[in-house]
Design a binder for this molecule. Structure first.
Ligand code: GSH
Length: 219
Protein backbone atom coordinates (compact mmCIF):
# COMPACT_ATOMS: atom_id res chain seq x y z
CA UNK A 1 0.00 0.00 0.00
CA UNK A 2 1.63 3.26 -1.15
CA UNK A 3 -0.39 5.39 1.28
CA UNK A 4 -1.82 4.48 4.67
CA UNK A 5 -5.30 4.62 3.11
CA UNK A 6 -6.60 2.10 0.62
CA UNK A 7 -10.14 2.27 -0.74
CA UNK A 8 -11.76 -0.84 -2.16
CA UNK A 9 -13.71 1.14 -4.66
CA UNK A 10 -16.22 0.96 -7.49
CA UNK A 11 -16.48 3.91 -9.81
CA UNK A 12 -20.23 3.65 -10.39
CA UNK A 13 -21.17 3.03 -6.75
CA UNK A 14 -23.05 5.86 -4.99
CA UNK A 15 -21.86 4.40 -1.68
CA UNK A 16 -18.19 4.45 -2.71
CA UNK A 17 -18.71 8.01 -4.04
CA UNK A 18 -19.59 9.14 -0.49
CA UNK A 19 -16.20 7.93 0.74
CA UNK A 20 -14.31 9.52 -2.17
CA UNK A 21 -16.03 12.86 -1.46
CA UNK A 22 -15.19 12.72 2.26
CA UNK A 23 -11.54 11.86 1.51
CA UNK A 24 -11.35 14.75 -0.99
CA UNK A 25 -12.98 17.16 1.46
CA UNK A 26 -10.30 16.30 4.00
CA UNK A 27 -7.55 16.56 1.38
CA UNK A 28 -6.37 13.01 2.07
CA UNK A 29 -4.25 10.99 -0.32
CA UNK A 30 -5.39 7.45 -0.82
CA UNK A 31 -5.02 4.52 -3.14
CA UNK A 32 -8.17 3.42 -4.94
CA UNK A 33 -8.52 -0.20 -6.00
CA UNK A 34 -11.43 -0.82 -8.40
CA UNK A 35 -13.33 -4.00 -7.58
CA UNK A 36 -15.03 -6.30 -10.07
CA UNK A 37 -18.25 -7.35 -8.35
CA UNK A 38 -18.54 -10.43 -10.61
CA UNK A 39 -15.14 -11.54 -9.40
CA UNK A 40 -14.57 -10.03 -5.96
CA UNK A 41 -10.95 -9.79 -4.87
CA UNK A 42 -9.68 -11.99 -2.01
CA UNK A 43 -8.83 -8.73 -0.24
CA UNK A 44 -12.47 -7.54 -0.36
CA UNK A 45 -13.70 -10.90 0.94
CA UNK A 46 -11.14 -10.77 3.73
CA UNK A 47 -11.75 -7.12 4.67
CA UNK A 48 -15.57 -7.19 4.53
CA UNK A 49 -16.40 -10.84 5.29
CA UNK A 50 -19.91 -10.01 6.53
CA UNK A 51 -21.37 -8.07 3.58
CA UNK A 52 -18.63 -8.61 0.94
CA UNK A 53 -19.53 -5.17 -0.47
CA UNK A 54 -17.69 -2.04 -1.52
CA UNK A 55 -16.73 0.45 -0.27
CA UNK A 56 -14.20 -0.65 2.31
CA UNK A 57 -11.67 1.83 3.61
CA UNK A 58 -8.49 0.20 4.87
CA UNK A 59 -6.61 2.48 7.25
CA UNK A 60 -3.22 1.18 8.39
CA UNK A 61 -4.47 -2.29 7.41
CA UNK A 62 -7.62 -2.01 9.51
CA UNK A 63 -10.87 -2.23 7.50
CA UNK A 64 -13.93 -0.01 7.97
CA UNK A 65 -17.12 -0.94 6.11
CA UNK A 66 -20.49 0.71 5.40
CA UNK A 67 -20.21 4.07 3.66
CA UNK A 68 -21.95 6.21 6.31
CA UNK A 69 -19.79 4.71 9.03
CA UNK A 70 -16.67 5.28 6.92
CA UNK A 71 -17.58 8.96 6.36
CA UNK A 72 -18.02 9.43 10.12
CA UNK A 73 -14.74 7.60 10.82
CA UNK A 74 -12.90 9.88 8.38
CA UNK A 75 -14.39 12.90 10.12
CA UNK A 76 -13.36 11.68 13.56
CA UNK A 77 -9.80 10.73 12.64
CA UNK A 78 -9.04 13.80 10.49
CA UNK A 79 -10.96 16.33 12.57
CA UNK A 80 -8.53 19.22 12.04
CA UNK A 81 -10.00 20.18 8.67
CA UNK A 82 -13.44 20.59 7.04
CA UNK A 83 -15.65 19.20 9.84
CA UNK A 84 -18.38 17.00 8.39
CA UNK A 85 -20.47 16.61 11.56
CA UNK A 86 -21.38 19.29 14.14
CA UNK A 87 -19.44 19.32 17.42
CA UNK A 88 -22.56 19.79 19.54
CA UNK A 89 -23.86 16.31 20.58
CA UNK A 90 -27.50 17.18 19.93
CA UNK A 91 -26.81 18.61 16.47
CA UNK A 92 -24.57 15.62 15.76
CA UNK A 93 -27.39 13.23 16.65
CA UNK A 94 -29.73 15.27 14.42
CA UNK A 95 -27.33 15.01 11.46
CA UNK A 96 -26.95 11.25 12.06
CA UNK A 97 -30.74 10.92 12.05
CA UNK A 98 -30.84 12.32 8.50
CA UNK A 99 -27.93 10.19 7.35
CA UNK A 100 -29.84 7.16 8.60
CA UNK A 101 -33.07 8.39 6.96
CA UNK A 102 -31.35 8.72 3.57
CA UNK A 103 -29.84 5.24 3.97
CA UNK A 104 -33.22 3.73 4.81
CA UNK A 105 -35.27 5.49 2.15
CA UNK A 106 -33.52 6.63 -1.02
CA UNK A 107 -31.72 3.59 -2.46
CA UNK A 108 -34.11 0.98 -1.03
CA UNK A 109 -37.11 2.74 -2.63
CA UNK A 110 -35.28 4.01 -5.73
CA UNK A 111 -33.98 0.67 -6.91
CA UNK A 112 -37.49 -0.78 -6.95
CA UNK A 113 -38.08 1.48 -9.98
CA UNK A 114 -35.73 -0.71 -11.99
CA UNK A 115 -35.73 -4.01 -10.08
CA UNK A 116 -39.47 -4.62 -10.14
CA UNK A 117 -41.95 -5.01 -12.98
CA UNK A 118 -44.77 -2.48 -13.17
CA UNK A 119 -46.87 -3.42 -10.18
CA UNK A 120 -48.43 -2.03 -7.03
CA UNK A 121 -45.23 -2.50 -5.03
CA UNK A 122 -43.34 -0.43 -7.59
CA UNK A 123 -45.97 2.34 -7.49
CA UNK A 124 -45.85 2.45 -3.71
CA UNK A 125 -42.00 2.54 -3.75
CA UNK A 126 -42.16 5.49 -6.16
CA UNK A 127 -44.64 7.25 -3.87
CA UNK A 128 -42.45 6.62 -0.82
CA UNK A 129 -39.36 7.81 -2.71
CA UNK A 130 -41.00 11.11 -3.69
CA UNK A 131 -42.37 11.60 -0.16
CA UNK A 132 -38.87 11.03 1.19
CA UNK A 133 -37.40 13.61 -1.19
CA UNK A 134 -40.07 16.09 -0.09
CA UNK A 135 -39.29 15.39 3.57
CA UNK A 136 -35.61 15.98 2.84
CA UNK A 137 -36.45 19.18 0.97
CA UNK A 138 -38.41 20.43 4.00
CA UNK A 139 -35.44 19.61 6.24
CA UNK A 140 -33.13 21.52 3.89
CA UNK A 141 -35.41 24.57 4.02
CA UNK A 142 -33.68 27.69 2.72
CA UNK A 143 -30.23 26.68 3.88
CA UNK A 144 -27.52 26.04 1.29
CA UNK A 145 -26.65 22.65 2.82
CA UNK A 146 -28.41 20.26 5.20
CA UNK A 147 -28.64 21.81 8.65
CA UNK A 148 -25.86 24.27 8.03
CA UNK A 149 -24.10 26.77 5.82
CA UNK A 150 -21.28 24.37 5.09
CA UNK A 151 -21.18 21.13 3.14
CA UNK A 152 -21.38 18.19 5.58
CA UNK A 153 -21.99 14.48 6.15
CA UNK A 154 -25.72 14.67 5.35
CA UNK A 155 -24.97 16.29 1.98
CA UNK A 156 -22.29 13.66 1.32
CA UNK A 157 -24.79 10.88 2.04
CA UNK A 158 -27.39 12.18 -0.39
CA UNK A 159 -25.43 13.83 -3.21
CA UNK A 160 -24.39 10.63 -5.06
CA UNK A 161 -28.12 10.05 -5.65
CA UNK A 162 -28.41 13.40 -7.45
CA UNK A 163 -26.90 11.47 -10.39
CA UNK A 164 -29.93 9.15 -10.17
CA UNK A 165 -32.49 11.96 -10.49
CA UNK A 166 -32.49 11.59 -14.29
CA UNK A 167 -33.21 7.85 -13.97
CA UNK A 168 -35.96 8.45 -11.40
CA UNK A 169 -37.54 10.96 -13.79
CA UNK A 170 -37.40 8.61 -16.78
CA UNK A 171 -38.56 5.50 -14.93
CA UNK A 172 -41.07 7.25 -12.69
CA UNK A 173 -42.40 9.57 -15.41
CA UNK A 174 -41.94 12.62 -13.20
CA UNK A 175 -40.03 15.89 -13.05
CA UNK A 176 -37.69 16.36 -10.10
CA UNK A 177 -37.47 20.10 -10.66
CA UNK A 178 -41.26 20.39 -10.48
CA UNK A 179 -41.58 18.05 -7.49
CA UNK A 180 -38.57 19.23 -5.47
CA UNK A 181 -37.13 22.47 -6.91
CA UNK A 182 -35.05 23.34 -3.84
CA UNK A 183 -33.50 19.90 -3.72
CA UNK A 184 -32.49 20.21 -7.38
CA UNK A 185 -30.91 23.61 -6.63
CA UNK A 186 -29.10 22.06 -3.68
CA UNK A 187 -27.79 19.29 -5.98
CA UNK A 188 -26.53 21.84 -8.49
CA UNK A 189 -24.86 23.78 -5.67
CA UNK A 190 -23.09 20.64 -4.43
CA UNK A 191 -21.99 19.76 -7.97
CA UNK A 192 -19.97 23.00 -8.05
CA UNK A 193 -17.69 21.48 -5.45
CA UNK A 194 -14.73 19.70 -7.01
CA UNK A 195 -14.84 16.95 -4.39
CA UNK A 196 -18.37 16.12 -5.61
CA UNK A 197 -18.09 16.64 -9.36
CA UNK A 198 -15.02 14.39 -9.61
CA UNK A 199 -16.58 11.66 -7.43
CA UNK A 200 -20.16 11.15 -8.57
CA UNK A 201 -21.37 9.29 -11.65
CA UNK A 202 -22.63 10.84 -14.85
CA UNK A 203 -26.49 10.77 -14.84
CA UNK A 204 -26.62 9.32 -18.37
CA UNK A 205 -24.20 6.53 -17.41
CA UNK A 206 -26.38 5.79 -14.36
CA UNK A 207 -29.48 5.61 -16.57
CA UNK A 208 -27.74 3.27 -19.03
CA UNK A 209 -26.66 1.03 -16.13
CA UNK A 210 -30.21 1.00 -14.81
CA UNK A 211 -31.58 0.07 -18.25
CA UNK A 212 -29.07 -2.76 -18.45
CA UNK A 213 -30.20 -4.08 -15.06
CA UNK A 214 -33.79 -3.99 -16.32
CA UNK A 215 -32.81 -5.81 -19.54
CA UNK A 216 -30.92 -8.48 -17.57
CA UNK A 217 -33.98 -8.98 -15.38
CA UNK A 218 -36.16 -9.25 -18.47
CA UNK A 219 -38.18 -6.14 -17.49
N1 GSH B 1 -24.88 -0.24 2.91
C1 GSH B 1 -23.70 -0.35 2.10
C2 GSH B 1 -24.12 -0.60 0.66
C3 GSH B 1 -22.92 -0.93 -0.23
C4 GSH B 1 -23.36 -1.58 -1.53
O1 GSH B 1 -24.55 -1.84 -1.80
N2 GSH B 1 -22.37 -1.86 -2.38
C5 GSH B 1 -22.65 -2.55 -3.63
C6 GSH B 1 -22.10 -1.75 -4.80
S1 GSH B 1 -22.99 -0.27 -5.06
C7 GSH B 1 -21.92 -3.90 -3.63
O2 GSH B 1 -20.79 -4.01 -3.20
N3 GSH B 1 -22.60 -4.93 -4.13
C8 GSH B 1 -22.07 -6.24 -4.22
C9 GSH B 1 -22.86 -7.25 -3.47
O3 GSH B 1 -23.84 -6.89 -2.78
O4 GSH B 1 -22.53 -8.43 -3.57
C10 GSH B 1 -22.86 0.94 2.22
O5 GSH B 1 -23.44 1.98 2.54
O6 GSH B 1 -21.62 0.88 2.06
Amino acid sequence: MASELLLLDLNVSPFAARVRIALEEKGLEYESREEDLDNKSPLLLEMNPVYKQVPVLIHKWKPISESSIIVQYIDEVWNHKSPLLPSDPYERAHARFWVDYIDKKIYPCGNKLWNLPKCEAQESAKKELMESFKTLEAELGDKPYFGSNSFNAVDITLIPFYSFFHSFEKLGNLSMVKECPKLVEWGERCMHKESVSKSVSDPIAVYEAVLEIKRNLGL
